[in-house]
Ligand binder design. Sequence first.
Ligand code: F6R
Length: 587
Amino acid sequence: MCGIVGYAGRRDAAPVLLGGLQKLEYRGYDSAGVAVFEGGSLHIVRKKGRVKELAEALSLKGNVGVGHTRWATHGAPSERNAHPHTYGKFTLVHNGIIENALALKEECIARGEKFSSDTDTEVIAHLISWFYNGDFAVAVRAAAKRLAGSYALAVLCADFPDAIVCVRMKSPLIVGKGADGAYVASDLPAIAGEGVEAYALEDGDIAILRAEELSLYDGDLRPVKREKMQYSCREDAPELCGFRHFMKKEMAEIPVALRRAPLSAEGGNDGLAEALCRAEFIEIVACGTAYHAGLCAKHAFEGLCRVPTEVTVASEYRYRDPIVPRRTLCIAVSQSGETADTLAAAQLARERGAYLAAVTNVAYSSLTRMADAVLFTQAGREIAVAATKSFNAQLTVLYGLAARRAAALGIAAPPLEGLSVAAEGALAAAEGVRSWTPHFLSGKSVFFLGRGADYCTALEGSLKLKEITYLPSEGYPAGELKHGTLALIEKNTPVVAVVTQAALAEKTMNAVHEVYARGAKVFLVTSFAELARREEVTAAVVLPPCPEEYSPAVAVIPLQALAYYVAVARGNDPDKPRNLAKSVTVE
Ligand code: F6R
């Protein structure tokens, strides 16, 4: 998390840095700061809150500087803890977590050094100072060798006001060279608009940025070449295009995303085709919404083609000494392709013999570089922290894989092509949930129920609601309700039931009846119009026709819309929920 930028060139640095930081705000937005060399002396502006609070920095006149937008890990969000951090001649911005910060800090304190923040980052400036003997890059390299954890750093030194030294380990960092200078950022969109030739640094790489040149070195300071990234200018900041929020815009883009995604599912390479057809076991690793996509896909892999499939939260998988049976296909699902836990879990599965396929939305991500085969979800850039269109697209790609495996077994799976039209219908029907919002404003807990694949949809609906409305909410298997959770149902408790699986419909409706009998208000998302007319149902969205096997990709749409409308009605910014960030690049 956190976003860092840097610029060394011939233009004023401050507007470049602020523009870049705005494009990185999806990574964190609790405080921000910039440092710019102005005539040889360094000026730092740091603020609690969003990047727009840094407007005063625009008056700085200097051509070299670094900037940061923060998602707090060590130390509360405050001006004191905002980056850049300085010690001695060194000022730096950092994305990542230094796991041995405490031990290193004790060393520094024993030397008599004083600290001015509660962050893990500040210790890096102390270390660089300690190792400095006149060679800037050598000092950064020596300090980096002492760090455990993850870091992407952009460092300034008072003795070299024309240069920025960068280094990365397990946190993404992109450098670029344009006509007017050299750039660095945590993510490509922050610099793509500058028309640069961009390169993704690899672990241990060191980059030195100056107006005239961008020099890349490996961890031993030997010159290296890195492959030029291919990108289009569309990687630049997307526009709201008349929508009030990115979340609403990105939901409107779901049908297009679903039209593109099946093409990915057909793609990949021969290795993937073979691994898919030979797989005796599928392990899906992911976090959050992507994990829910994996849960939905398990139903398709097992239901359509009978391949045993496990889905594990990546942060659990990586520390659990997992068993990887022979012929395991591991599918790592990640919108960003940068989620630290997903990367670690995928790496572990691969080391233990699994064939690693990545399902991701970001072509140049760390996950794409690590995987044996990559399937791009092609949903287009997603800005809102709450994932929407990427989830629908992940599902379509995963369903496509299941359909491919089924076809290899001679089983005809339903076609995916109609999903996009069904999504259009669901989006239109989802407008109806706007009228449900008054029932969700009381602050009471909300429950989402379903069985089978509908339970997975319920989990995703619940996550969406809680993360942007801050209402306590739980996704629950409908049949499990009476084993405890029913005790929480009282008069007017909102309960959302998802019913798209014909064989399970009446079973879920039993649970609906039980909560209704205890005073709950029931809201239904269903493929069966007749269920919407039952007396237990306060309001319903009836979904357009869609193969049952794939229904979560469509049924989730009204739940995404519900979260959006309730968040807006509660006065929240649905694009930037509190305490969260789009890309979780730390453990
Ligand atoms: C929720 C959400 C998160 C992400 C999770 C994984 O709306 O967006 O739960 O799904 O942080 O992120 P990726 O898919 O980038 O690995």
